[in-house]
Write a protein of this length. Structure first.
Length: 363
């Protein structure tokens, strides 16, 4: 049986963001294919490690030479040595492209597979503050690593056709595989709600404190919330910071920050509201909502990469007027709280079992 080295970015906190959920999905699928005993995980970085000023300065200097997220020449050399005993190296983020380059330059004979969680330049452009002095330097480092991933990987995996097309435009490489986001089914034996949505629906926004999420929910609070009869709740890592950023806008919105278990929040929500206007990859919050059989009202960006009929899951809205009209219609005309179409779409296309064959095809 083939042996695989799985290289990934690690966060040790209990609260998983979308990227970490996708990493866990990737590892789980690969372990099913090669066998748990034939897969070795090697993590690059733990974001809960305390960093001294010296360490941060060192990381800044290393980024000039295209080492990012805790990588260094010594660490890359160690990975190259480790890899010699493996048939495959699976690099879980394209920002580690310098590893693929080092493997090829040092004569690695196995196959290198790189997974693009996003096209990283547009993702980091949205993430990094425009006031940060090192922004351009870091974006250059990220661009180089995406380029290295394309140049030195034997196979590339992307989440959707949009990312595949952008990678082709930016780097002239066509990704071999498109494997959409999927999740282990947490709702397999969960009873379906028989309730109808409330005449003042409880709407939930799910997402961590991150510029595209913040911009979307602030836009919604300004332009939609005053004109609809709903209750609004925001759930996500670090989202209590919004009360400091926008105290007046957030005064009537309940915020649950850093919660380890999302199940009670999904159960009580009538509608998932996802006003996301920028980004790359796919939105894991959409997949989670499908898994729980929720009514979902979101933008084109929220549904990017999903093969679904949006009007059957709830609706697609890209303007304030569209959100207002649809939310007020939900208030006047209650629907089943459990959306059977959403749940079936998850089972058919976005459960771990649904995508395992796509992973097998890359070997």
């Amino acid at each position: 049986m083939a042996k695989l080295l799985f290289i990934h970015y690690k966060k040790s906190r209990n609260i998983l963001e979308g990227g970490e959920q996708c990493t866990n999905r990737n590892r789980s699928a690969l372990a099913k294919i090669v066998g748990e005993n034939n897969l070795t995980s090697y993590h690059i970085h733990e974001d809960n490690e305390k960093k001294s000023l010296f360490t941060m300065l060192g990381s800044g200097i290393l980024s000039i030479f295209n080492y990012y997220y805790g990588l260094s020449p010594r660490r890359v050399k160690k990975i190259v040595a480790m890899a010699q005993g493996y048939d495959y190296v699976f690099i879980d983020r394209s920002v580690f492209g310098i590893i693929a380059k080092a493997l090829k330059k040092n004569g690695y004979k196995g196959k290198i597979i790189t997974f693009f969680h996003n096209v990283e330049v547009p993702y980091f452009r949205a993430k990094l503050s425009h006031n940060w002095l090192a922004r351009l330097l870091l974006l250059g480092c990220i661009d180089k690593n995406d380029k290295y991933s394309c140049e030195y990987s034997d196979k590339l995996i992307v989440l959707n056709e949009r990312d595949r097309n952008e990678i082709k435009t930016r780097y002239g490489r066509i990704a071999e595989s498109v494997i959409p986001i999927s999740l282990a089914d947490k709702c397999q034996n969960k009873p379906q709600s028989q309730e109808m949505t409330s005449d003042k629906p409880l709407c939930m926004f799910l997402g961590s404190y991150f510029p595209p999420n913040n911009e979307g929910i602030i836009w919604f609070a300004k332009n939609v919330l005053p004109h609809v009869s709903i209750r609004m709740k925001i759930v996500g890592k670090g989202m209590s910071q919004l009360r400091n950023d926008e105290p007046e806008l957030m005064k009537d919105i309940e915020i649950a920050s850093d919660v380890p278990n999302l199940e009670p929040f999904f159960e009580e929500a009538d509608i998932m509201v996802l006003p996301i206007f920028s980004g790359s990859g796919m939105k894991v919050k959409t997949c989670e909502s499908l898994m729980h059989g929720k009514n979902i009202i979101g933008t084109s960006e929220a549904f990017e990469g999903y093969d679904i009929e949006t009007e059957k899951v709830g609706g697609k809205c890209n303007t304030a007027e569209e959100f207002i009209a649809l939310l007020n219609d939900f208030a006047k005309n209650p629907r089943p709280k459990f959306n059977e179409y959403s749940r079936n779409a998850f089972l058919k296309n976005y459960s771990e079992d649904a995508v395992i064959e796509k992973f097998r095809e890359i070997f």
